[in-house]
Design a protein around this ligand. Sequence first.
Ligand code: LMR
Length: 393
Amino acid sequence: MFDSLELLPPDAIIGLIAEYKNDGRDPKVDLGIGVYRDATGATPVLRSVKTAEKRLLETQDSKAYLGSAGSADFNAAMRDLAFANSTDKDRVAVIQTPGGSGSLRVAAGVILRTKRVPKIWVSTPTWANHRPLLGGAGLTLENYPYYDPKTRGLDFDAMVSALKSAPEGDIVLLHACCHNPTGVDPDRAQWQTIADVVVDRGLIPFVDMAYQGFAADLDDDAFIVRHLAERVPQMIVSSSCSKNFGLYRDRVGALMIMASDPKTRDVVQSQANNVVRTMYSMPPDHGAAVVAEILGDDELRQGWLQELTEMRNRLQDMRRLLHRAVSDAASGHDFDHLVRAKGMFSFLGLSPEQVRRVKADHAVYMINSSRINLAGITPANVEHVARAIAAVL
Ligand code: LMR
């Protein structure tokens, strides 16, 4: 049976982890997968997470099943983090999921159970796994323009005009902040116009919020979620704790579906629970228990907010540092978009061949699209990276 299967190439993002690890050169720089790194290049466990874990070790008195929706405390905390007071809490179905990807997959499962399965509109470009994950689940995808390589900014008019052509009832996938892979976010006025189109066209917003707290702060980064929640009858939000709690491998996320009324919410919740039950039964507990502990305790929460601010500030500092170094090393080339963008990622604007050469000749790793993770930049490696980029331009 298995003889009929074909060997697949490594995943465009995950594949780089092993390739980088096996590279014996020094120096080498990993600007590939989206994980936060500190100034030494490490991805440490947050202090608040360590403290919460110690507490759980002492206090957790059972490992019995929690059910398909996971922890009620975690779910309530995630709902408040996303929606604050923008909607009635009893209209929001919440389910703890294995990471943001798990949330997207469960959302797809629920959408596929609806009577007239809508199409889902995704930005060009979008996170490299959005299409495989949502399309692989069985949804039909459409594209809307988003990034203009010429301006290295948002192609706002084209985006809006594409969304205006979307049929009523279709779903539009939006990145709440720190757009992956471009780092280009709409500003407030643009978000309001996008929301106008969503309302006028009767579209259903699906907001992927994988980086809450990485652009400005927890509230500002959730602006479009809360703004839409006040204006539309129904919406979907996928949230991840991978980045803002640094819980990547623990797989912590939440799916939140806002329904038009509490009765429909109950129906949606039952369907989401059943999607989970028939897919992986229940989510893993540990990471979500850590998040619930942190968000439920004033002191731990303050400590976590401090760490989140440190991570965000470092990303902004590294944007400025790389901008300066690469502008000097490759004079005549414009890298101003690096300091305009938000969060972990930006495109460098290199061709796949140039990306291959920075890796082959300089051991600088990035995704084929020339997406870089700014957290991989350190004061110690920035000159090497800038020289490598300049050499292939
Ligand atoms: C990324 O885009 O690098 C991260 O979201 C990690 C992943 O799973 O792709």
